[in-house]
Design a protein around this ligand. Structure first.
Ligand code: ADP
Length: 155
């Protein structure tokens, strides 16, 4: 158990469908601390880096194009085991197969337009947080209700 930070992107489909607030609300209500948040227009160069693991896939360019159709909202979220906890809330990649109750399961019918990106490992989270946030854009305040989120030997 460790206090971790992870990166989430609210994708252009979330921005355009007017569900930014609802999706952010799910992370807040879970008890994740929002330690960074900003709207950004992504570029092909940044997306080629971000989705480098998909560069051999036939849908690589299509995914990048979709991520540039509107700005995204980048979130840095913190909590105990936050990387795995956020992936659980987000659900598997394909929206129409994702379980109800997950963000993708509740808001998406698509494998591509699946509402959010979330880092999938501690190594990826560290790299992705640096990719989307400058050090001064991550804020270390204490949540007023932190003492009610965890037992004191949980972090
Ligand atoms: P995840 O976002 O669940 O970590 P990946 O890293 O494998 O999944 O893929 C990155 C993104 O590429 C997905 O969120 C989705 O938008 C898109 N994608 C993945 N697989 C496909 C596919 N078969 N067809 C179209 N887009 C896809």
């Amino acid at each position: 158990m460790a206090l971790e930070k992870t990166l989430v992107l609210l994708k252009p489909c979330a921005v355009q469908r007017g569900i930014m607030g609802e999706v952010l609300n799910r992370f807040e209500k879970k008890g994740l601390r929002v330690c960074g948040m900003k709207m950004m227009q992504l570029t092909d160069a940044l997306l080629s880096e971000h989705y480098a693991h998909l560069s051999e896939k036939p849908f690589f360019q299509r995914v990048k194009d979709s991520m540039m159709t509107a700005p995204v909202v980048a979130l840095a979220l913190e909590g105990v085991d936050a990387i795995e906890a956020v992936r659980t809330i987000v659900g598997p990649t394909t929206g129409r197969k994702a379980p109800a109750g997950t963000i993708r399961g509740d808001y998406s019918m698509s494998f591509q337009e699946n509402i959010v990106h979330a880092s999938d490992s501690p190594e990826t989270a560290a790299v992705e947080l640096r990719r989307f946030f400058a050090p001064g854009e991550i804020f270390d305040y204490k949540l007023a209700y932190f003492d009610f989120l965890y037992a004191n030997d949980e972090f």
